[in-house]
Design a protein around this ligand. Sequence first.
Ligand code: FAD
Length: 475
Amino acid sequence: MADRPVIVWFRQDLRLSDNPALAAAVATGRPVLPLFILDDETPGRWAWGGASRWWLHHSLAALGADLAKRGAPLTLRRGVASDVLRDVIRESAAGAVFWNRCYEPFAVARDTALKADLGVDVQSFGTLLHEPARLATKAGTPFKVFTPFWTTLRNTAAPPPPLRAPSKIEGARLSGDALDDWALLPTKPDWAGGLCAAWTPGEAGAKARLLGFLDDDLGRYRQERDQPGKPFSSRLSPHLHWGEISARQVWHATLDHARQAGDNNLEADAWAFLREIGWREFCAHLLLHWPDLPEQPWRKNFEDFPWREGKAEFAAWSRGETGYPIVDAGMRELWATGTMHNRVRMVVASFLVKHLLLPWQDGEAWFWDTLVDADLASNAGNWQWVAGSGADASPYFRIFNPVLQGEKFDAAGIYVRRWVPEIAGLPDKFLHHPWDAPDDVLAAAGVTLGGNYPAPMVDHAMARQRALAAYAVVK
Ligand code: FAD
């Protein structure tokens, strides 16, 4: 029994440092069998989308190399996770399985069942700032509003300090799949060139990104993070989603950095940034307590919302051909890089559900397939927030005007010119509403509306009135 291996089942915690399950397994002194299972069945419709699979391939390659260097090669297996885990326990004669928790409803159900009947020692560990199930209102109920949730989270004892990566791991070996055989990368067509240029998946890439952000951008975060043309936000979301870095590591590194600088302004920036990590935790809290958040409106009155149908309109939105430059820039950034700036995510989401009155679930599904940070809790929580059907949601009458949003947050047009090059020659004055430009200005910029750039697919004033009328049904 004493030397029966401990399986460390990696899931969304693809790192060696601050990994409580790995640290606990190493501390047993028994051989450690690192395992990753590709399971496309248990999650049902929420199996990883294309961009996520691209990320996963590279992240697993990095994790496998890091583990091998320390003496414990990563075993890869494919299939229904609970079945595969039983096979691996039998084949390796493992005496224990350790994992870090996930909060997707299918993962919670599966893990609860496994704990009850695996027949070996099972230990699970939390990696969020605070266990989402333990944070509750004074009445003992789940939070429905972000600000009190954040206040409680902030006032709860600081999350534990991060654990160091083990320098050496006594590894147990077991045969497994070759990563390339999983075919996670796109082939025909290979659309991942922009993703490769934009990202470095893996724990080392995550650490470098955090340090780069703290050194270069944190001091401008509070004031300038809403500007998509200037990358002052952290771009840590895919690293956090895949657990290449933990929220606890980010928390401590950010506060240490600001406090060491002894600068009150920087500390305020640090808290503004950590508040966003708080939104991530709030989304996990919502998903845990309302497991149908990804499919059903959180506010039940929205079940009667008069959504429209529109395949062609959805296609124009997803391809970035709406005729509204800030919307098109966002959708093209998403397709090319697997990400989109947060401000623009709000604008494009609002455009889909309010200007086009198409269901938020359709936008959520598109994001699921195309985002490298696609996260069940954050994606669903934010789509419902924009639609007005979610917890602490944006009020139904807030209908973003895409022209004003563009002019406010991309005044110099850096973002739109980067992603919508066919209108880059327009002067700033007309960049966000080319349809108002006189013919000679359009001609000088080489823009033909309805030719090389679409005319707006819907009139803003009409769409706004139509949305208000539709929202009146559920008000
Ligand atoms: P920063 O501003 O540097 O924030 C730091 C971290 O806080 C982020 O990395 C992220 O982990 C977290 N965070 C920031 N804003 C939010 C938020 N509104 N909700 C939850 N967590 C947040 N984020 C995802 O990680 N996965 C998703 O699938 C996702 N889908 C979204 C869908 C819509 C319609 C919208 C409006 C937002 C969505 N977000 C999602 C939230 C947000 O847009 C991204 O987390 C953010 O753009 C990532 O950039 P960053 O790392 O530079 O963020």
